[in-house]
Design a binder for this molecule. Structure first.
Ligand code: PLP
Length: 402
């Protein structure tokens, strides 16, 4: 039975009763079938002994410290990513920045992959650089480049399981080995693949970060993120999160844990659809290039097959290179009936985005061209539509290039 506070038979005035009536549920509310949303900034504490007990038991007092919905999501994420503990944050970027900031100090050096989500790159170039942390960007698919860039003060390696938007696949185990031999920790962003496809912690990563806004929630209705790792690393990140206030709110935490209940079914279908759509696009004379690791022509096809086991289980993201003609690209987008433009990814419907005008809008042209991000690059987040209908939709729209 839920404990209620300050019960009294005394009747107060209307203005006081307006604050008291209905403040607590006075019947058994244990074990509801669906987890309720605890939309409260604080929990009432009986007295100072109760407060001390709550501190000791990591129970609920104040929302920035702990909330039942965030705790539920933490439990789910830690299980799914095979970590000891997690922090759940207000966005993927909040998880990424909290994880990074917690593990660096002035004078440290970071080695980062050069094709990453654009705003992650900006954490290194625009924020950490102001606090005395230098970052070197190299191609993480080339282990020799990584080894050559290590310095005595290198403290962190950073990459994505499958990179945004070039869909490259670094060898996580080999990089983890290099990182650990040089005394650095290794952070991997698993947003594109999710724990359904791969668990970086099982392959040597120290921290895995996820934008839960994407495939994990899958319904395009909540912004949220998580960092998962050992209890020791998470303790440090929890302290930073508490001070920065980067925690996920109860409603988003609740939405994401609800979305994640069907994650395996959705993500497996998205991966399957992506492999089949990539194969069909690869045969089209109007598509200059298709980036998806299921294709035998993909430069890291062998690594992907080793890491993910099957081309149909890699990730629901594809990027394609079309003509650099933006007018034609607009016509192509208009002709698509199922896929539509949205500045997000990982939802149950197929969406498109144009990295040059979104995720890499602020990346200098010279830098983005080095990564292969041209005007004709289009990123496709594959949904759970009927596979053949999705392929047919792309094929009829590509006719604008005839
Ligand atoms: N990581 C990757 C790979 C992403 O693609 C994104 C956003 O698209 C993020 C992190 C940031 O996530 P959020 O928008 O939830 O902050």
């Amino acid at each position: 039975m839920q404990k209620t506070f300050k019960q009294t038979d005394k009747n107060y005035s209307y203005e006081t009763e307006l604050l008291r009536k209905g403040a607590y549920v006075n019947a058994n509310v244990d074990n509801p079938e669906a987890l309720p949303i605890y939309l409260t900034t604080a929990f009432n504490v009986e007295d100072l002994d109760d407060l001390m007990n709550r501190y000791a038991e990591k129970a609920f007092c104040y929302n920035r410290n702990r909330n039942p919905n965030r705790n539920a999501l933490i439990e789910l994420m830690s299980y799914m990513e095979h970590g000891e503990d997690s922090i759940c944050c207000s966005s993927g970027m909040a998880a990424i920045s909290t994880a990074i900031i917690s593990n660096l100090k002035a004078g440290d050096h970071v080695l980062s992959d050069r094709t990453l989500y654009g705003e992650t790159i900006e954490i290194f170039t625009d924020i950490l650089s102001e606090y005395g942390v230098e970052t070197t960007f190299v191609d993480f698919t080339d282990l020799d480049q990584i080894r050559a860039a290590i310095r005595p003060e290198t403290r962190m390696f950073y990459t994505e399981t499958v990179s945004n938007p070039m869909i490259t696949v670094p060898d996580i185990e080999a990089i983890a080995d290099i990182a650990h031999k040089s005394g650095a920790i290794f952070i991997v962003d698993n947003t594109f693949v999710t724990s359904v496809g791969f668990r970086p912690l099982d392959h040597g990563a120290d921290i895995v970060v996820n934008s839960l806004t994407k495939f994990a929630n899958g319904h395009s209705d909540a912004v949220c993120g998580a960092a998962t790792g050992s209890a020791e690393l998470i303790k440090k990140m929890y302290h930073t999160q508490l001070l920065l206030g980067s925690q996920s709110d109860p409603f988003s935490s609740w939405l994401v844990q609800r979305g994640m209940r069907t994650m395996q079914l959705r993500v497996e279908k998205q991966m399957y659809n992506a492999a089949h759509l990539a194969a069909a696009l690869d045969k089209s004379p109007f598509v200059k290039h298709v980036n998806h690791p299921s294709l035998s022509t993909h430069p890291q096809h062998d690594i992907a097959m080793r890491e993910f086991g099957s081309g149909e289980r890699i990730c629901g993201m594809i990027s394609i290179v079309l003509d650099d003609d933006l007018g034609k690209m607009n016509e192509f987008m208009h002709r698509l009936n199922l896929a539509h433009y949205a500045m997000t990814l990982g939802g149950y419907r197929t969406t498109l985005s144009h990295p040059v005008s979104s995720s890499h809008y602020d990346t200098p042209e010279e830098e983005r061209l080095k990564m292969g991000i041209t005007d004709g690059l289009l990123r496709i987040s594959v949904g759970i539509e009927n596979t053949q209908e999705l392929i047919d939709d792309f094929m009829q729209a590509l006719e604008v290039y005839r």
